[in-house]
Structures are given as structure tokens and as C-alpha cells.
Ligand binder design. Structure first.
Ligand SMILES: Nc1ncnc2c1ncn2[C@@H]1O[C@H](COP(=O)(O)OP(=O)(O)OP(=O)(O)O)[C@@H](O)[C@H]1O
Length: 303
């Protein structure tokens, strides 16, 4: 569906927002773009929809060049920008229906789909409220519905869960999975890594405009240690498989490599009934990458 090769964007005044980025998104797949503020995530999405002109590299969307054909690209892409949608003078329902009609949906089909989305995201109680009187979270959900009411083959969402409460965030992630199940490719930006882990198929981590890690959450987690937590008043001798040990009060945390999990559990059991072995989360991996001086050194090489 989408293929990006060696994409680079240098803004005027020399800010290199994207540096040599390559990635692919296939139909039925949800890709999560992760990265600190200013890492270049929005710039990447902006280039695919023709809002930002690449400095170098190539984007291929359904075999065509969206940079050369921006109007066509916008017809096959759906996009929820990071900025809140201006919803003055229209209700939630009207905003979603208008978006669906502009994207070419039939009157009845758009009305039906709008009603389904309002129900699925549990925002029906605000369906007929004017946009200027909506809360930030409902506004964000409305913008999400506007982006997916008549979805293109590629759906790009820039921080769709911002301002949204935990219950409705979960409903939103279900809709993201439904888009993929329906054969769309979804590329989304999020800072909500713990939740995204359940909804995304592949992760691309950007740092200072470069891809610093990419893969499924499981492959990124492979090689990172798990943590064994034990409630123990005194430190026992550490077995040879223990990677590190930290104490906070009566809690001891021991780093464990994946293949040593069974040894760790047996050891913990011999010492106390109060222990837990926690698999590494995508958030742990992300934080470990953020701390990695190698990654910083690479980033510093960005000219
Ligand atoms: N129009 C612009 N002109 C000049 N520099 C820009 C412009 N837009 C973004 N930048 C710069 O490009 C870099 C990447 O910005 P971008 O918005 O793509 O990051 P991001 O990863 O989406 O950040 P955030 O998580 O904060 O939204 C930043 O240094 C930003 O200041």
C-alpha cells in the first residue's frame, strides 16, 4: 500500500526533520510511529498526504507518486491531523456526515456509518451539540470519525487518542483494528505506547528524524530483559543468570534474560511466595532505546 524510501525533509532554516527514512505499510496492517516530541513523526505523515514537500527520497502509494499527484493521494488517503479540527457552526454528527459526503460517500451510507461510529465511540450524547461547545476529547473523537467515516485505503492518524478518556481510548483502538480488518493500512502517531502495544502490528521509532528501531512489539522486546520483583527484607546471594539487582525498601528487582525465565521463577519460589516476573513491555523497550547512548551517538551524526 505505502512504501517510503530514503525520505528526507529539511525545512527552511536547515531543520532536518526526517533523515533517510524507509518504511512500508501493507493493507491490513497497523503501523505505530513512536518518538519524542520533535522526532519528525508529523512531518513524515505530512509528506505522504502532500502537505509537506520532501527534500529527497521517494514515496510510493498504491504504485503511484503522491508528491506528483497530491490531489489523487488525498483521495486514497484519510488523514486525522494533530491539530484539533475547527468545528464552528456544525454539530458532531453534521461534521462527520459532511466529511463522509466530501469523500464521496452516498447520503444513506454516510448517515448509517456516522450513526455507527457515534455509537461505537460512545459519543451519541453529543451528536447534536454544536462543535464550539464540545470538550477537547469529544472534539478529538469527532475528528477521528471524520477521518474514518469514508476511509481511504491508507488511513493516517496523528495522535488520535490525545485528550480522550481511557474508556473511549479503548473504543478508539477497537475502531483502528476494525479498519485493518477491513483491509486498510493504518499509520498512526501516538505517545500512548502501553495502549498502542495491543493495537499495532509494527512499530517504527523515530529519533531526531531517523528510524532508530522498527519491528513488531515482540521482536523489539526480544533481547530486552524481563524484571523479577521479589518482596524480601534482605538480599540473597544472586545467581549467575541475574543481570542486575536494585533494591527499593523491601522490594528487590532482578533483571532476567528471556531464556532464563524458568530459572528465575524457581529461584524466586525458593525464597518467597511474593514475587512476580514481568515481561518487558513496548514502553520499557522504548524507554531503553531513549536511554541508549549508541542511539544518541547515531542521532548526533545527523548533519
Ligand atoms: N513548518 C516547519 N518549519 C520548520 N521546522 C519545522 C516545521 N514543522 C516542524 N518543524 C521542525 O521539525 C522537527 C520535527 O517536527 P514534527 O512536528 O515532525 O515532530 P513530531 O515528532 O511530530 O513531534 P510531536 O510529537 O511534538 O508532535 C522539529 O524540530 C520541528 O520544530
Amino acid at each position: 500500500m505505502l512504501r517510503i524510501d530514503n525520505l528526507t525533509k529539511v525545512y527552511r532554516r536547515g531543520v532536518r526533520a526526517n533523515a533517510d527514512i524507509s518504511l512500508e505499510a501493507a493493507a491490513g496492517e497497523v503501523i505505530g510511529l513512536l518518538g519524542h516530541n520533535g522526532a519528525g513523526k508529523s512531518t513524515l505523515l505530512g509528506q505522504v498526504v502532500g502537505l509537506v514537500r520532501p527534500t529527497a527520497g521517494r514515496i510510493t502509494l498504491l504504485g503511484r507518486d503522491p508528491v506528483a499527484e497530491p490531489a489523487w493521494a488525498r483521495s486514497v488517503c484519510s488523514f486525522q491531523p494533530q491539530a484539533q479540527a475547527p468545528l464552528m457552526g456544525v454539530t458532531t454528527r453534521q461534521a462527520i456526515e459532511i466529511a463522509g459526503r466530501i469523500r464521496g460517500g452516498g447520503h444513506r451510507a454516510v448517515r448509517r456509518r456516522t450513526a455507527e461510529l457515534l455509537a461505537a465511540l460512545d459519543i451519541e450524547e453529543w451528536a447534536d451539540r454544536p462543535g464550539e461547545r464540545l470538550s477537547g476529547g469529544v472534539r478529538r473523537l469527532t475528528a477521528f470519525c471524520m477521518a474514518i467515516v469514508e476511509p481511504g485505503g491508507l488511513v493516517m492518524l496523528d495522535e488520535p487518542t490525545n485528550d480522550v478518556d481511557p474508556v473511549r481510548r479503548r473504543l478508539l483502538w477497537e475502531q483502528v483494528r476494525a479498519l485493518a480488518a477491513d483491509g486498510r493500512a493504518v499509520v498512526l502517531v501516538t505517545h500512548n505506547i502501553a495502549e498502542a502495544e495491543r493495537a499495532i502490528d509494527r512499530v517504527v521509532v523515530l529519533r531526531h528524524g531517523r528510524v532508530t528501531a522498527a519491528g513488531t512489539p515482540a521482536t523489539l522486546a526480544a533481547g530486552h530483559e524481563m524484571s523479577l520483583e521479589l518482596t524480601l527484607p534482605a538480599d540473597p546471594p544472586l545467581p549467575s543468570w541475574a543481570l542486575r539487582a536494585d533494591r527499593a525498601g523491601d522490594r528487590l528487582t532482578v533483571g532476567v534474560a528471556g531464556p532464563d525465565a524458568h530459572l528465575a521463577v524457581a529461584w524466586a519460589r525458593s525464597l518467597t511466595a511474593r514475587y512476580s516476573l514481568n515481561p518487558v513491555s513496548l514502553e520499557d523497550v522504548y524507554l531503553a532505546l531513549s536511554d541508549d547512548p549508541e542511539v544518541d551517538r547515531d542521532a548526533a551524526l545527523v548533519p
